[in-house]
Design a binder for this molecule. Sequence first.
Ligand code: 5AD
Ligand code: FES
Length: 348
Amino acid sequence: TKVNEYIEKLASTHQLSLDAYEYLITHRDEEAMELAARKARNLSQSIYGKAIYVRGLIEFTNICKNDCFYCGIRKDAHCSRYRLDMDDILSCCAEGYDLGFRTFVLQGGEDAYFDDDRLCDIVSHIHASYPDCAITLSVGERSKESYQRLYDAGAQRYLLRHETANQQHYHQLHPASMSFTHRMQCIQDLRDIGYAVGVGMMVQSPYQTAHHLAQDLKFVETFHPEMCGIGPYITAQDTPFHDQPSGSVELTLYLISLLRLIYPPMLIPATTALGTMDPVGREKGVLAGANVVMPNLSPVSVRRKYQLYDNKICIGDESAQCRHCLENRMDRIGYTVVTDRGDIKVWD
Ligand code: 5AD
Ligand code: FES
């Protein structure tokens, strides 16, 4: 079939036209998804073997100045707010280090309290205490000067999902105070400074079309981000999208496979959102071509407050439980969680 031909072509050339990407999405069937997954798995294994990288996720503030229509911690949502302080964050890292994490992801809302001085202070403390670890930031849009200061303080990676590569769609997901151009500029600034950059999008977010997803794939094909995180959009209560249906696991898995074929060495997480929509979603993610998992390292006392979407998993589990849970899950499908910074591998 034409779909299978496109998959074969993508697996060998790592690029397709925008129309071909759209065709791959709209004409997918069981056989195509299995073919893409098999090729993606094989490519991933040829580069990373059966090693799965782990990142310790520290959700350090749920205070946010933005009002993204899909997000459960948006400014106007009535959730209980918290911030971790330096000591809380360093304790998370200490616990994480003992559990074998060599990457810490500091994720939070766009919280003005964490200005450059405060955030750089945190980053440099972690960097000094754990010089063998990578520090990843995921704190939204900031100025290029700010990104530079954080980089100089010791952060080498940054996750800033583009959310959608289509400008009109971007504005259907965000209030007028946010701009697509600015977000893309931030992503470019991060790259120019020298960060390993992570982008990503939700799958089947409200108003998303196959054309938009094709544009997301084209963006990854041209930008070659070091990381790309995708998960199904999941309904979040107390948001303008509270009655919009969640996205599907099946389409997310297929897109993970296509992303692997587009840029084989890319770091692709099997996300918590995938695990929330399917009890074995993360295992399926790895079998579709993902090679990263991100267990929760946040203190249990704040976990239920960082509810980006409804029914998020890992809410009640201690960090050690979360870490071991994922290790067992990977073992059961024949993969091994490794203690490693997990940098992207150089590829042709
Ligand atoms: N469903 C799925 N993912 C979401 N995110 C935010 N809200 C939701 C939701 N309702 C994702 C966004 C953001 C990342 C931190 O979490 O893509 O970039
Ligand atoms: Fe968190 Fe399983 S990964 S409890």
